[in-house]
Write a protein that binds this ligand. Structure first.
Ligand code: NAG
Ligand code: NAG
Ligand code: NAG
Length: 472
């Protein structure tokens, strides 16, 4: 391309030179005209004039050539610049192409994942089916045996036979119970799977939207806010292997367990239930709340807050009934981990007791330690409130509806760790007040990035300020 333009410039230059000569021609002709009546001197003059004219011509030619050279340099420079930006453009284009390929690949992987989960779900439901069949088969057997027993007992029967039969009955009864347990576990797994599946679907949709137009990040919370699966209520307690359950995560820790995970626990006076144990510190803590990405909608009803909701691997609320049973011992510590968007980590601890449902889960707090101001110093005696059950102190206003989420609201506008998860600071003041807040006095609203609330007994309070392990 450069060559053609340069040659074009040359052609132009060549065609321009004769034109220049044409301009000077009349003077040359004019000089030659008087040569018809020539004398030697006149001829000499003529020659000198001619030479002068030629000299001038030569000079202007040189100027012209220099000017043209400058122009050609200019053009060559411009061409260089053009070439460079053309090259940059092509690099950009190939980068965009690569990104597109990458996105396509990710979509394919996500699709495969979704298929796999679908398969798993189908497998589980077929398993459930067969378990149900097995159960009804066993029930029939038991009924048959019972009939036999009654008919036998009418006749004369040896004591040994009776004992055998009752033992058999016991075995079958136990089997039935463990099947029920298994069923519960499978159902729970299935629920969790379904939740994951909807999450993947949402991600997939987001990916598709991304290839068309870049999505604004502040729309993200709404797409995630749809689902909040109910946490399983209680685990059946009658079976023999449920006898030796720990009363909380602290007891599990004392038994040597060091892995942070979901375990079955049975607090004194409560049915057994599943709970997430944080074993990352020098004691076991039963986690009752976690926020970290806005994947679960915390604007839930009283019933949901009472029973618990969310996903143990992500965000969840354990449930007021279970929290009440965890603080039953009366020597519990409430530990709150708080993290802002500058990655600053804080904590605060209270001596804690939670009343039961008859008192609308009234909270009792005594400040123990921490490295943040304590905005809950006045919260002892406050009942729990949700948008559908307003128990806060504020006469004319429903704080749970204003701030969203269930909490022990003293007055509207105060602390609320169950508020709305914001990825970016909202513009409006009333919207900002709905955030995950930890504030004292009249400070401006700030929505936290991460919170985790856990409970452990006072006895295991060996190093309260150690903040080494955070579960992510
Ligand atoms: C469990 O509760 C019962 C009665 O409520 C009490 O006698 C017992 O000591 C408690 N056990 C523990 C380990 O707290
Ligand atoms: C608990 O809350 C309900 C509904 O808000 C209310 O009617 C009831 O009086 C409360 N119970 C107590 C003990 O205050
Ligand atoms: C706590 O209660 C006292 C007395 O009722 C009051 O003066 C104070 O402002 C309250 N503090 C907060 C943080 O609500």
């Amino acid at each position: 391309m450069r060559v053609t333009i340069v040659s074009l410039v040359f052609v132009l230059a060549v065609s321009y030179v004769p034109a220049l000569c044409d301009n000077d021609e009349p003077s040359v002709v004019h000089l030659e005209a008087p040569a018809e009546t020539r004398s030697h001197f006149a001829a000499l003059d003529d020659v000198r004039l001619l030479a002068n004219g030629l000299l001038q011509l030569g000079q202007s030619l040189r100027e012209f050539v220099q000017k043209t050279k400058g122009q050609i340099n200019d053009i060559v420079q411009k061409l260089n610049i053009f070439d460079r930006s053309f090259y940059q453009l092509s690099v950009l284009a190939s980068e965009i192409k690569e990104e597109e390929e990458e996105l396509k690949k990710t979509t394919v992987v996500l699709k495969a994942n979704n298929e796999e989960i679908k398969g798993l779900s189908v497998e589980i439901s077929s398993k459930m089916e067969s378990i149900l069949q097995e159960k009804s088969r066993l029930q029939n057997k038991v009924e048959g045996l019972e009939e036999k027993l009654s008919s036998l007992s009418q006749g004369v029967m040896r004591g040994k036979q009776v004992a055998e039969l009752s033992a058999l009955r016991e075995v079958i009864h136990n089997q039935e119970q463990s099947i029920t347990e298994l069923l519960n576990a499978v159902r729970e797994q299935s629920d969790q799977l379904n939740h994951q599946r909807t999450k993947i679907k949402l991600l997939e949709e987001k990916l598709t939207a991304n290839t068309l137009a870049q999505e604004t990040i502040d729309r993200m919370p709404d797409t995630f806010n749809s689902g909040a699966p109910t946490l399983s209520l209680y685990v059946s307690s009658d079976s023999p292997n449920m006898m030796n359950l720990p009363s909380d995560c602290s007891e599990l820790f004392d038994r040597g367990e060091r892995v942070s995970a979901v375990y079955t626990i049975k607090p004194n006076g409560s049915q057994p239930f599943m709970a997430f144990c944080d074993m990352s510190r020098d004691y076991g803590a039963t986690v009752i709340q976690r926020r970290r990405d806005g994947s679960v909608n915390f604007d839930q009803t009283w019933e949901q807050y009472e029973n618990g909701f969310g996903d143990f691997t992500g965000e969840f609320w354990l449930g007021l009934r279970k929290i009440h049973s965890l603080s039953f011992k009366g020597n519990s510590v409430l530990h709150m981990q708080l993290e802002d968007w500058k990655q600053d980590k804080h904590f605060i601890e209270y001596r804690f007791y939670l009343d039961g449902p008859e008192s609308n889960y009234t909270i009792h707090l005594t400040h123990l330690s921490g490295n943040v101001p304590d905005p809950m110093s006045n919260h002892t005696g406050i009942m729990f409130s949700t948008k559908d059950r307003d128990n806060n102190n504020h006469q004319d206003s429903n704080c749970a509806r204003h701030q969203t989420g269930g909490w022990w609201f003293n007055a509207c506008g105060d602390t609320n760790l169950n508020g709305k998860y914001f990825h970016v600071r909202p513009k409006g003041r009333s919207e900002r007040r709905r955030g995950i807040q930890w504030k004292s006095g009249r400070r401006a609203s700030y929505s936290l990035r991460f919170t985790q609330i856990s409970v452990h007994p006072v006895a295991s309070l060996t190093s309260a300020s150690s903040e080494s392990g955070l579960f992510r």
